[in-house]
Design a protein around this ligand. Structure first.
Ligand SMILES: [Zn+2]
Length: 288
């Protein structure tokens, strides 16, 4: 002890001598770059704070929701499908966060870095819902009737279309009990029971007699979804950095939208392509 006393008396704050500066001490350009990254991240957090959350169920969880939109087209080529917004998007798991983030796939206009990295984009239909389930946060505060984005893939959309068709051609005002069977089922639930249907105004007033119009306003998805250009994605996920992208691949908790196949039934495709039953199955037993 005491060997170094006085060794640094000239360099007021410097501990290590020149040439042995640890790499994590940053200065000048490098420091400015990281400062920028931090302020960009803070900006993004700020921007996302006001955004609506996605509806999500844990395996074996259930909830009760009602829809704010979801009319079925009654004529023309689109007849029978939902008159709603659709988007191709990437799900990105973030280290240290339980909540995944979603980014619009840019492959329609430029090379998409997330596609290139092997993160499969999902094609989803967008609904606005009110989640009537009561949640209690860690401080014991209760929340209910929160507006959520319900992003549904192909199989879910087919199930919802059946409910809509059974309800005069719209999901707006339709209340469903939703449950999720297991970890392989769609995160928005895979089983739907009709509770009933009411005029949206009535449902809105039940939630908030004064601000009911806000309650039933369909989310502005152009505002709610996060769109980054390819360049912004590369920067955000450090795709140009050989030390590795700051993302994880898409989790396989739900099947991708089966593009181009429009006539399967609603059952989930067997995971791994095996029906588990073994033995021979003759063509006549296959139910389609
Ligand atoms: Zn993409």
């Amino acid at each position: 002890m005491g060997i170094h006393v006085g060794a640094n008396k000239k360099g007021s704050g410097e501990v290590a001598s020149k040439g042995t500066r640890p790499s994590w001490l940053m200065k000048g350009k490098a420091a400015q770059g990281v400062a920028q990254e931090h302020s960009d991240a803070a900006e993004e957090r700020k921007a996302n704070r006001g955004k609506l959350w996605r509806y999500y169920l844990r395996p074996e969880e259930s909830g009760r929701i009602f829809f704010l939109n979801g009319d079925i087209v009654t004529e023309g080529e689109e007849k029978g499908s939902f008159d709603i917004d659709f988007v191709e998007e990437h799900k990105v798991s973030v280290h240290g966060s339980k909540v995944p983030q979603f980014y619009v796939c840019v492959s329609r206009t430029e090379t998409c870095p997330l596609c290139e990295a092997g993160n499969f984009a999902s094609f989803v239909g967008l609904f606005g819902i009110i989640d009537t389930t009561v949640y209690t946060n860690s401080e014991g505060k209760e929340f209910k009737n929160r507006k959520r984005i319900y992003a549904a893939k192909g199989q879910t959309i087919k199930k919802l279309a059946k409910k809509a068709n059974a309800n005069g051609g719209s999901l707006a005002g339709v209340m469903l009990d939703v449950s999720r069977s297991d970890s392989r089922s769609a995160t928005v639930g895979d089983d739907f029971d009709l509770v009933g249907a009411w005029p949206l105004e009535k449902l809105g007033k039940r939630v908030d007699p004064e601000k009911w119009e806000d309650v039933i306003e369909v989310p502005d998805f152009a505002e709610e979804l996060t769109y980054l250009s390819a360049a912004e994605m590369r920067e955000k996920f450090h795709f140009d950095d050989p030390s590795g992208p700051g993302y994880q691949g898409q989790s396989d908790d739900a099947p991708n939208y089966p593009a181009g196949k429009g006539d399967e039934d609603d059952s989930m495709p067997p995971i791994g392509g095996d029906d588990g039953g073994g033995g021979d199955v003759s063509d006549s037993e296959i139910p389609f």
